[in-house]
Write a new protein. Structure first.
Length: 134
């Protein structure tokens, strides 16, 4: 079970978690998700293809909330998605930030729960991920 409290770290089954130490996209395992709205799928397919050529690998698991938790505990180094809802982002954003990572809007600016497109990472690869996705 993943838990986080603002200002008090993130945990997995009671043990403190931290983001990964990856420092470049070529050494990073990324993840993303695809919208149910087919109008948005093409853009993310283009980004998925680009990421496959830029990163170590890219995964698609089907749960943005879980993907964000996996970034928080270092299983993934970075994440992006283009069509999210507040319930997809809220808990995972806190989880990543308390684990030492970074969550922004797709342009690299401050992220709110209402931003439909976000980028999340361990912080070390964040600029490169924003450049690739943005």
């Amino acid at each position: 079970m993943f838990t986080a409290h603002q200002g008090k770290c993130s945990f997995l089954n009671g043990d403190r978690i931290r983001v990964s130490a990856a420092t470049s996209l070529i050494d990073s395992l990324l993840c993303t998700g695809f919208s149910y709205d087919r109008d948005h799928v093409k853009r993310n397919l283009d980004l998925f293809n680009k990421a496959c050529l830029t990163a170590q690998a890219v995964r698609r698991d089907g749960s943005a909330a879980l993907d964000l938790c996996y970034v928080a505990c270092g299983r993934f180094d970075g994440f992006w998605e283009l069509t999210l809802h507040p319930w997809d982002v809220a808990a995972g954003k806190l989880m990543i930030e308390e684990a030492g990572g970074c969550v922004t809007n797709i342009k690299g600016g401050p992220c709110t729960f209402y931003d439909p497109a976000i980028i999340a990472s361990n912080g070390r690869i964040h600029g490169a991920l924003v450049e690739m996705v943005g």
